[in-house]
Write a protein that binds this ligand. Structure first.
Ligand code: SF4
Ligand code: SF4
Ligand code: SF4
Length: 254
């Protein structure tokens, strides 16, 4: 890479997946209109979905997925040692994501329920930051492609980046969607961080809070509204715990 005639080293970047669907990595590979620009900014040295190269000399490592096995704990610790910057990519890495639902059951019982007698090696699910120090988290199930690119540019060039402070409802209203609360559905858009452009309510699916809490939110008011709409605390908690991204906010009794 060259800037004002000066040669600048491209940072070496690696992607690693753990327990997940790999949908966040797929988002990056699918972004064909800007993929070439991204590749001009970084040198990808390890990315199983797009390349057979496996190089352990990297500056920035993106971790996708939750941690649910001992060998994954050992592996993420090694990656941490190699990387100058370690980034959680997507909700599974940030909070355990949908995988963390297993933690609401006895792990053995849950595995037997799904896999019968087939032997599955698993531990209670953890987020990446519960195992190693994480330098930056990119939430979303999946991540928002544009936001990912903005964050990469921010990390590499120091360009300004900040997450949206307001909740998903703002983007939902900008898109002129009909509010799902009026259809008697539990939608967590009022407390969830915007930046995804509200694809779920746009498709008539309530927001489950995959991007975590908005800085500006009013959980007590939403909870009270949902109770007035006739939902039980159990029904509300089932939604708020789905991605394990809102637990900190919604477990505070207020
Ligand atoms: S955050 Fe969602 S899309 Fe990304 S890997 Fe996990 S389950 Fe897949
Ligand atoms: S549908 Fe959900 S995100 Fe959209 S305005 Fe209503 S509560 Fe907010
Ligand atoms: S609307 Fe909610 S659940 Fe859907 S992508 Fe946005 S934050 Fe995630």
């Amino acid at each position: 890479m060259e800037y004002l005639g000066i040669k600048i080293e491209k940072p070496k970047v690696a992607f690693f997946d753990f327990t997940c669907c790999e949908g966040c990595q797929l988002q990056i590979t699918n972004k064909e209109d800007t993929l070439i620009d991204l590749l001009s900014l970084v040198e990808i040295v390890n990315f199983r979905e797009i390349s057979s190269d496996k190089n352990n000399d990297y500056d920035i490592a993106f971790i996708e997925g939750a941690i649910s096995r001992q060998d994954q704990i050992d592996r993420i610790k090694k990656i941490r040692k190699n990387a100058k910057l370690l980034i959680s990519l997507g909700t599974c890495a940030c909070s355990g994501g949908v995988n963390s639902l297993i933690n609401t059951h006895d792990t053995k019982d849950a595995v037997t329920e799904v896999y019968g007698k087939h032997k599955i090696d698993t531990l209670p699910v953890k987020s990446a930051k519960e195992i190693v120090k994480i330098d930056f988290e990119i939430p979303g199930c999946p991540i928002n492609k544009k936001e990912f690119e903005n964050i990469v540019v921010h990390l590499i060039t120091g360009a300004d980046f900040s997450f949206k402070k307001y909740p998903v409802c703002v983007e939902c209203k900008q898109n002129l969607n009909h509010c799902l609360l009026d259809e008697n559905k539990i939608c967590l858009g009022p407390i969830t961080r915007a930046g995804c452009n509200a694809p779920c309510p746009g498709g008539k699916l309530p927001c489950y809070g995959c991007r975590g809490p908005a800085e500006e939110h009013n959980w007590p008011a939403l909870k009270q509204t949902l109770i007035e709409y006739g939902f039980t605390l159990e029904q509300i908690q089932e939604k708020t715990s789905f991605f394990n991204m809102l637990t900190e906010v919604t477990s505070n009794e207020s």
